[in-house]
Ligand binder design. Structure first.
Ligand code: HEM
Length: 400
């Protein structure tokens, strides 16, 4: 009998000298065994999918569940995860579809276009306040984290006088050092505050998401609690992701200063540049997690019902079979938008038009306002968040 090779561990740690690329061992797997078993933890060895084509096939297939409590789900922690219906990324249809439908209109092109002036104003306010500070300043604390949270306040219709409270409440939700219990508690606190706000919107309606969710409560589509949980979920889904994209894009652009002009060249160029940054960085590096609900064959491998799958979208977005010279950053790359950084299929990121708009406004403005922007410490001193769902840095001291 041929010797059986040990199942490789699912690792996230990246080498110090290449912190922006996926772990190099995955590139090897993508070439030699693109769908293979990996060890996630004791007794749990889900499949790992690393090719662009296979990743799309799994994410687009109805044969997989997104429920983290499904038996066999590739969960890092044992035990049940708490997922209210409003946290619909963790639900399958029909709950998923019902909850997602309550928000789809909010992310249509016209609505997002209407939010752009507010994003530009908030960007301007934060950059003005930051540029008045002297000495190295943490870009994460002063710019990258507050911006998406203020945008979500605007989107939801959080009254201005509650902004500080709302941001304070949401901190543990995006604090990567928080335990699962602390994160859950933060979600519950925020949801409690939002529940009150949904009720207030009935007497003082606004042109905002919570008012429109309150209307859907009155129409019997969802409950008050769903509306509050949906609001908290939007904050959770759109805060840390956008923040980390801002910080990691800044580092990447400072490492490729010759490409910064593409970002400043106009709306069409900035759109391509942002999609290339999304592909290159693919910050959701934990992999998207699914469980087969029936036997299904993907890329010639049969995955049985009840078996877990991790779809490594960051490795798939560097697949040389699909992207030319994928390890190079090319802010003019044709087809950059074909990346899987927002997922694919029914769970594809609902907030992607907003995320794109934020990045398209924020990144050029940052480099226009601070042309001498630079990192204030040697790269080796920057702490990357290696084992969290979304890749990023803890802080980024900058100067200009
Ligand atoms: C650059 C920033 C962002 C990235 C990279 C990102 C990435 C993703 C990915 C990969 C998924 C798919 C999860 C899966 O298939 O299991 C997702 C789902 C989702 N995202 Fe985003 N996201 C970003 C920003 C946002 C923003 C700004 C919002 C809203 C304010 C948002 C709201 C959502 C929602 C609601 C879902 C769940 C969709 C569903 O299950 O149907 N995201 N995101």
């Amino acid at each position: 009998m041929p010797p059986t090779s040990p199942t490789p561990a699912f690792v996230l740690a990246r080498p110090k000298d290449a912190p922006l690329a996926p772990p190099p061992q995955f590139a090897d797997l993508r070439e030699k065994s693109p769908i293979t078993r990996v060890t996630l933890r004791e007794g749990l060895s889900p499949w790992l999918v690393t090719r662009w084509e296979d990743a799309r096939a799994v994410l687009g297939s109805p044969a997989f569940s997104s429920d983290p409590n499904h038996p066999g789900a590739p969960n890092d922690r044992e035990g049940r995860m708490r997922s209210p219906r409003g946290f619909f990324a963790n639900h399958d249809d029909p709950v998923h579809a019902t909850m997602r439908r309550t928000l789809t209109r909010e992310f249509m092109v016209k609505r997002i276009a209407a939010l752009r002036p507010a994003v530009a104003r908030l960007t301007d306010e934060l950059l003005t306040a930051m540029s008045e500070l002297s000495g190295p300043v943490d870009l994460v604390e002063h710019f990258a984290l507050p911006l998406p949270s203020l945008v979500i306040c605007e989107l939801l219709g959080v009254p201005y006088e509650d902004h500080a409270f709302f941001q304070e409440q949401s901190k543990p939700l995006v604090d990567q050092k928080a335990t699962a219990e602390e994160t859950w508690q933060a979600f519950a606190n925020l949801s409690e505050y939002l529940l009150e706000l949904v009720r207030t919107k009935r007497t003082t309606p606004g042109d905002d998401v919570l008012t429109r969710l309150a209307e859907q409560v009155d129409e019997g589509v969802i409950t008050d609690q769903d509306a509050a949980d949906l609001g908290a979920f939007l904050l959770f889904a759109g805060h840390e992701t956008t923040a980390n994209m801002i910080t990691l894009s800044t580092i990447t652009l400072l490492q490729h200063p010759d490409q910064i002009p593409h970002l400043l060249a106009g709306p069409d160029q900035v759109a391509v540049a942002v999609d290339e940054l999304l592909r290159y960085l693919t910050i959701v590096h934990f992999g998207l997690r699914r469980t087969a609900v029936e036997d299904v064959t993907i890329g010639g491998v049969t995955i049985r019902a009840g078996e877990g799958v991790i779809i490594s979208i960051n490795v798939a977005n560097r697949d040389p079979e699909f992207f030319n010279a994928p390890d190079d950053l090319d802010l003019e790359r044709a087809g950059a938008r074909q990346h899987l950084a927002f997922g694919y299929g029914i769970h594809q990121c609902l907030g992607q038009p907003l995320a794109r708009a934020e990045l398209q406004i924020v990144l050029p403005e940052l480099f226009r306002r601070l042309p001498d922007l630079r990192i204030a410490v040697p790269m080796e001193e920057i702490s990357f968040k290696q084992d969290t769902a979304v890749y990023g840095v803890l802080e980024l001291p900058v100067t200009w």
